[in-house]
Each structure stands twice: as structure tokens, then as C-alpha cells.
Design a protein around this ligand. Structure first.
Ligand code: MET
Ligand SMILES: [Zn+2]
Length: 748
């Protein structure tokens, strides 16, 4: 080990889509054939140059965090772990084939990155995967930074996380786990590190976020072996970034890594552990005190105190972000419309770099974060929540509800419905843009949207669906739409955050107490209902999803914030019911996303998350049906929580995962004698342009009937139809109605 302090200030990673989403535009132009590979590379170089301009204020500059699509895919390509079906002429073509698929090959699966709304591509690793170092990207980006005279630090996803995030390649033998290939993979990493060293790299950062999850003794053994091998090759900084390293911390330190980057925002228990571990004063620790996941200004006094605690343990301490800054927008300066009191309390990526350098400067500012202004507080909401009866989240027993609902809205077995949205056509988006820019007056915009609702109702009547929707044409986004109409929320002009590939989202900012000032959706639902005798579902977004897809205040527990959102929704639900709506769907697609990475936090999460949903929904009469919808797979972990939502009908993603969810449902309280609620396992994968035929949807419905019993199955797609085109929607729904009729006649 060296005695120098290698890093005083750094970030673990940085937004890479361009401050004005330049890379998004270049990628989409390239994919549509309007920009050649050279043009794309020019745009990418400009984005990297902008990143380096920003990062230059740090004394150690992370490199290699640029990506054409995804950093996990970059790591797979850096060790040549490319599935045979994705190999094309040229690396870039192979890379995009893996990321997006093409006519001859399905893409890699995409899934959520820890408890974030970022999606990574899942590498496929098998016994036949041949690892080989492909250091070109890492070396080139390192050199780009060095040529500017910066002290550059290459960053790569580490080998253990790469394998833990991977899935077994098709055809792998029973029991094979990608981690079984760690020994071979580590040799490829050793070569990557060697090549980076040859190019002049000193410290190299390996991201091991998977070590922020629960790891078995066997996995820890593997971690120890891998790092003992790699520390001989380079000076390695291991970063996590999504919680505490916990049991992995002593393993990494024992393996002799040069340094460790701790997440002192979400992984504060590592700080306590560090104090008891008896580490050498030579240990190099990066104190991740600037939150990489949220947009609040850092409390510099509190952060400096944490840095001091680390300094009491070791002599080599640097200041860093808690995770990559990938999860926050680039620049607060782009927001000119936000209220001053909010701006003063915010910090986006560029502002966070300034906070990091300030904290690294012994004479830098140390002011605490200013307290929230009184105007952000709503005592009425607080009083109402405090006075909420203990049983405000409880409804009548399911059996009683079921009978009352069947009487109020008689439906055939296997009722057909959709999830809410109908296609957001180019024309609708144009109208919305014109309205936003002030080029279309409110009245014209509303009549345009009402005409769309009427068309969507007419289409559904023609198709013969049983439970209709208004189609959500008026909603720009299922969270932002509600955020715009609730107090305590702000929306940004340019606060884009990468969600996957070229896709970015603009999460609203939930800064204060939340309340509803007027009904939000009632007029739309009532109008739709006035056009048809069939029941029209009311359509709301649930409290957990609203939180998950926003930047949320961090000055009180998430549970309290969720309850405030729930109360606002409870009023909306009550107004829908008063307007005569018999079925109200409250979507919770993000229920799985906020599930804590470690098992220890999960029960508490499930308790508050499901209670907030029930607060939102339990105010209704027994004869009003509450539906919910979830659409990202891996339900196994949250199946009991889904049951605890106590919805009357749950529609759920099932077709991509080949109805596997039915097995999970079988284990859940769904099957308990007192709670046998209905389920709509999606029989049409709306994430693909493919039109399924009636026979295949009927086969899926038969599986569902066999698993759940005929009285409990609904027929519906996997998710809303907003991203699809009518050319796909109409024939698919025709097939769905036909499939339901076929299976209905079989069980009659
Ligand atoms: C991501 S879940 C989407 C649910 C919403 N009701 C829709 O149909 O679009
Ligand atoms: Zn969905």
C-alpha cells in the first residue's frame, strides 16, 4: 500500500446522456438510419467532453462512465461476454443488437437496477461463454481525460456484480449459476486492469453494488478469492452505492483492496461498522456523503461531521457522492420556473460536484441545509392524518364485497378489460405540446381530449369489452399528471434522468405536505361513463408509485409522505364513487421497485407501502370494486404485499414470464380461504409490437383458470396501451375478446 492520499474529492459516476439529452437525439437518429456511426461517435465525443468539463473540478475524475446504452452492457462487452446471437459485423452493431434486438435476435432482458427506476440489460452467461479482455472503450475514455491533464480514474462494473446481475444463458445445466464462472472472468478482468495500467491508470474503481445486498458465506468466499487475485494487478477502489456493504465490508478490506467507497446516505451502518472493525490507519476510504440518488442540497455541516468520523478511523479519507450521480438531473441552472425557496434547497449533478469539492476543502463552507419554509407545511393534512382512525385502511371482508359488487355490476366469467391507457397517437402528443406552449387554448385542448375519450369508448364497445376505460389521453405521464394537480409537488422543465438507453424521465419533486385542492379525474371518468351503458373504470396512480417515480423529501419517513399522498387519493376515490363509478383501479406498478435491497428492511416496507394503498382505497362501500395493476415481473418477492393491498381484482404482468406468476399466486395469501380475490394475469405482452392470436391467449387463460379457478380470472393485457399503435391494439383486443368467449364456453 502507498502512503499518499490518492483522492480528496470525486464522484462515483456521472449523467451521460448530455445536459440537453444530446446523446438521446443522436442515438435515435442513428437507430432510424438518419445518422451514421461516425456522426453518432461525434455526438458521443461531445457528450463526453461536456462530462469532463464538469468533472474537472474534482481531483480524481471518473472515466468510462459514458455509455451508449447501459454500463452493465459495457462491462459485458469489456470482457467479450456477448451472446452469439448478438454478434454482428462491428462492435457497435453487436452492442445495439444486444441492447435493442433486431429482426434476427431478441435483445437482452432488461430489469430494474437495485431499488431505482434505472433499467440495466441482463447479461447472459453460460458454461460456453469465453471471456476475453476488450479494454478499448475503457482505455480510450481514460486517455481522453488524461489528455486534458486530469487525474483520471477508470470505472467499471466489478466482476462479482457483473455475474450476480447476469442470468444463466439458455441451455445452461440445471443448477448452474453465472457466479460459477467467476474464476475465469477474474482473469479477463486482470487483463483489463493490466491494460489500463499500461495506459497509465493508477487507481481503478470497480463497482460492486451487488455487495450492498445480502450475500451468502459462499458468495463472500468468491468475493474474497476474486479480489485477492485482482489486488495484485492494480490499485483497486471498490464502490457500492446502493446501501451498506455490511458483511461484505470486512471481506473486501481483508482482501487488501486499496480503497473502499462507502454510501453514507443509505448505508450509514457501514460507518458504525468501520469504527468497530479495527481497520489500519492506512485504509483509504471515500466518504459518500453527497446523495447521488436525490436532489436535495447537502447539509454540509452534517456531511462534514460524517467525514470527520471517518477521519477518526483512518488517515486516508476522500469525499464523494454516495452513488453514481446518474440518478439526478445535470443542472439546476436549467430550471428557471421553480420557486426560489425550492431552488435554494436543491442540488443537481453539477451542484453536487461543487458540494463535494467544498467538503474536501478544509476551509470550505459548512452550512447546514436550510429548514423547510413554513409555507410547505399543511397543518390540516397533518391533523387529518393524525386523527385517522386505526381501521381507516380496512374494508369489509372480501366475500361480502364480492357478492355486493356482483349484484351492482353483473359480469360474465372471465370479464374482459384493459389496463387504462389507449394509444397516445402522434396527434395527441402534438395537441399536448401545443397546449403546453400556449398555442392551443384550454377549451380547444379539452374538447380535443373529450373527442378522443368518445372515440376510445366507441372502439371498446365495438370490440365488445366488458369493463371500459376512458383511455387516459389527457395524461402526459401517470405520475406527473397527478403531481401537477397536488400541492407539495413541483415539476421541472429539464430535469431529465436516464431510465434506460435513450429513454429519460422527468421525475416530479415532492417537497412539502401533499393535499388535493380539487377533483382530478372525476370529470373525465364521468364523461366517459355518460357515453356508454358498460361500466367505466376510474383510473388513479397509487401512493407508492407516485413516490417511487418522484424525487421525495428526505426530512421525514417515506411512510409519512406516502400516507399524505394516500389521503389525497382517498378523496379522489370518494369523489369517483360519489359520481357513480362502480370500479376504481389504483395502479401500483412500482410496488416491487422500492422493495429494500436487503431482506431486513422488507417487512417494514411492505407494511407502510400496503397501508398507504389501503388508506387510499378503503374508504369505499363494499359494492365499489377496487382494482390494482402491477406490471414488472419478479413478483415472488412481493406477492404477500400484493395480497395485502386487499384489492378486489389485481391485473399483473404474466405473458413475458409465461404465466409463471400463477405459481407465485398459488403460494400467497391469495389462496387463503377468506381471501380469494380475482386476478387478471396479462395474456398479451404489450411491450412488443407483436399481435398475439386468440388461440394463444385462450391457452394462457386456461392455465389461469386451472390455477385459480374459473370465478377468479379476468382477461386483460399486461399493461396500458399508450405505447402501442391502433394497428396492433385492435386485432389484439379482438383476439382477447374471442379468447375469453372461447374459454367461457368451455367452463360453462
Ligand atoms: C406502468 S402501469 C400503466 C398503467 C396505466 N393505467 C396505463 O394503462 O397506462
Ligand atoms: Zn403497467
Amino acid at each position: 500500500m502507498t502512503n499518499r492520499i490518492p483522492v480528496r474529492s470525486t464522484a462515483l459516476g456521472y449523467p451521460r446522456i448530455g445536459s440537453r439529452r444530446e446523446l438521446k437525439r443522436a442515438l435515435e437518429a442513428h437507430w432510424s438510419g438518419r445518422l451514421d456511426a461516425e456522426g453518432l461517435e461525434r455526438a458521443a465525443a461531445a457528450v463526453r467532453a461536456e462530462m469532463l468539463d464538469d468533472l474537472a473540478v474534482l481531483d480524481s475524475v471518473p472515466t468510462g462512465c459514458f455509455s451508449f446504452y447501459d454500463h452493465v452492457l459495457d462491462a459485458a462487452f469489456a470482457v467479450d461476454a456477448v451472446a452469439p446471437r448478438h454478434r454482428r459485423d462491428g462492435d457497435l452493431a453487436s452492442y445495439f443488437a444486444a441492447a435493442r434486438g433486431d429482426a434476427s435476435a431478441a435483445p437482452l432482458e432488461m430489469t430494474k437496477w437495485f431499488d431505482t427506476n434505472y433499467h440495466y440489460l441482463v447479461p447472459e452467461i453460460g458454461l460456453a461463454t469465453v471471456f476475453a479482455a476488450r479494454p478499448e472503450k475503457a482505455v480510450a475514455e481514460f486517455r481522453e481525460a488524461r489528455e486534458r491533464g486530469l487525474d483520471a480514474r477508470p470505472v467499471l462494473v466489478g466482476p462479482v456484480s457483473l455475474l450476480l446481475l447476469a442470468k444463466p444463458a439458455d441451455g445452461s445445466p440445471e443448477g448452474f449459476r453465472p457466479l460459477d464462472r467467476l474464476g475465469d472472468l477474474v482473469e479477463a478482468y486482470a487483463e483489463l486492469l493490466t491494460e489500463l495500467g499500461r495506459a497509465g491508470a493508477g487507481l481503478i474503481q470497480l463497482d460492486e453494488p451487488a455487495l450492498c445486498g445480502d450475500r451468502s458465506p459462499e458468495e463472500l468466499e468468491a468475493v474474497a478469492g476474486a479480489y485477492r487475485r485482482l489486488v495484485g494487478v492494480a490499485e483497486i477502489l471498490v464502490a457500492g452505492g446502493y446501501g451498506p456493504f455490511g458483511e461484505s465490508l470486512p471481506v473486501l478490506l481483508d482482501a487488501g483492496v486499496e480503497g473502499i467507497a462507502l454510501d453514507l446516505v443509505r448505508g450509514r451502518s457501514d460507518l458504525d461498522a468501520l469504527e468497530t472493525l479495527n481497520v489500519s490507519r492506512e485504509t483509504f476510504v471515500l466518504a459518500g456523503v453527497v446523495d447521488g440518488r436525490n436532489i436535495w442540497r447537502t447539509d454540509l455541516a452534517a456531511a462534514a461531521a460524517d467525514v470527520e468520523r471517518v477521519k477518526a478511523v483512518t488517515d486516508r479519507v476522500g469525499v464523494a457522492s454516495s452513488s453514481s450521480l446518474l440518478h439526478v438531473p445535470v443542472d439546476l441552472a436549467a430550471e428557471t420556473e421553480l420557486p426560489a425557496a425550492l431552488v435554494e434547497r436543491l442540488s443537481f449533478a453539477r451542484q453536487k460536484l461543487a458540494e463535494i469539492t467544498a467538503l474536501a476543502d478544509p476551509d470550505g463552507p459548512r452550512e447546514p441545509r436550510p429548514a423547510a419554509p413554513d409555507s410547505w407545511r399543511d397543518d390540516a393534512v397533518r391533523a387529518r392524518l393524525a386523527g385517522l382512525p386505526e381501521d381507516a385502511d380496512r374494508r369489509a371482508p372480501y366475500a361480502e364485497r364480492r357478492a355486493a359488487q356482483a349484484e351492482r355490476v353483473p359480469l360474465p366469467p372471465l370479464p374482459t378489460t384493459t389496463i387504462g391507457s389507449f394509444p397516445q397517437t402522434a396527434e395527441l402528443r402534438k395537441a399536448r405540446a401545443a397546449h403546453r406552449q400556449g398555442l392551443m387554448i384550454d377549451a380547444d385542448y379539452h374538447s380535443r381530449m373529450r373527442a378522443e375519450v368518445a372515440a376510445v369508448i366507441a372502439e371498446q364497445e365495438k370490440l365488445g369489452l366488458d369493463v371500459l376505460v376512458h383511455g387516459e389521453p389527457e395524461r402526459n405521464d401517470m405520475v406527473q399528471y397527478f403531481a401537477e394537480q397536488l400541492t407539495g409537488f413541483a415539476t421541472t422543465a429539464a430535469g431529465w434522468v436516464q431510465s434506460y438507453g435513450s429513454r429519460c424521465v422527468r421525475p416530479p419533486i415532492l417537497y412539502g405536505d401533499v393535499a388535493r385542492t380539487a377533483p382530478i379525474t372525476v370529470a373525465w371518468t364521468s364523461y366517459a361513463q355518460s357515453l356508454t351503458d358498460k361500466p367505466v373504470k376510474g383510473m388513479l396512480t397509487g401512493p407508492v408509485t407516485i413516490l417511487a417515480w418522484s424525487f421525495v423529501r428526505d426530512d421525514q419517513p417515506l411512510a409519512d409522505t406516502a400516507d399524505q399522498v394516500a389521503l389525497a387519493l382517498r378523496d379522489e376515490v370518494a369523489d369517483l364513487e360519489a359520481a357513480g363509478t362502480a370500479i376504481i383501479q389504483v395502479d401500483e406498478p412500482a410496488l416491487r421497485e422500492l422493495l429494500p435491497v436487503r431482506a431486513a428492511g422488507r417487512a417494514a416496507y411492505a407494511a407502510w407501502a400496503t397501508r398507504s394503498f389501503r388508506i387510499a382505497t378503503a374508504g369505499v362501500r363494499p359494492d365499489t370494486a377496487i382494482h390494482t395493476h402491477l406490471c414488472y415481473s419478479e413478483f415472488g418477492d412481493v406477492i404477500d404485499a400484493i395480497a395485502a393491498l386487499d384489492a378486489d381484482v389485481t391485473s399483473i404482468e404474466a405473458s413475458r414470464s409465461k404465466m409463471e406468476v400463477l405459481a407465485d399466486l398459488d403460494r400467497a395469501s391469495y389462496n387463503s380461504a377468506e381471501f380469494r380475490s380475482a386476478v387478471g394475469p396479462g395474456v398479451w405482452d404489450i411491450h412488443s409490437p407483436r399481435v398475439p392470436d386468440a388461440a394463444e391467449m385462450a391457452a394462457a387463460l386456461r392455465l389461469a383458470v386451472a390455477a385459480l379457478g374459473p370465478g377468479r380470472v379476468w382477461a386483460n393485457p399486461d399493461c396500458g396501451l399508450k405505447t402501442r399503435r391502433y394497428e396492433e391494439v385492435v386485432p389484439s383486443l379482438e383476439g382477447l375478446v374471442e379468447a375469453a368467449r372461447t374459454v367461457r364456453s368451455e367452463i360453462a
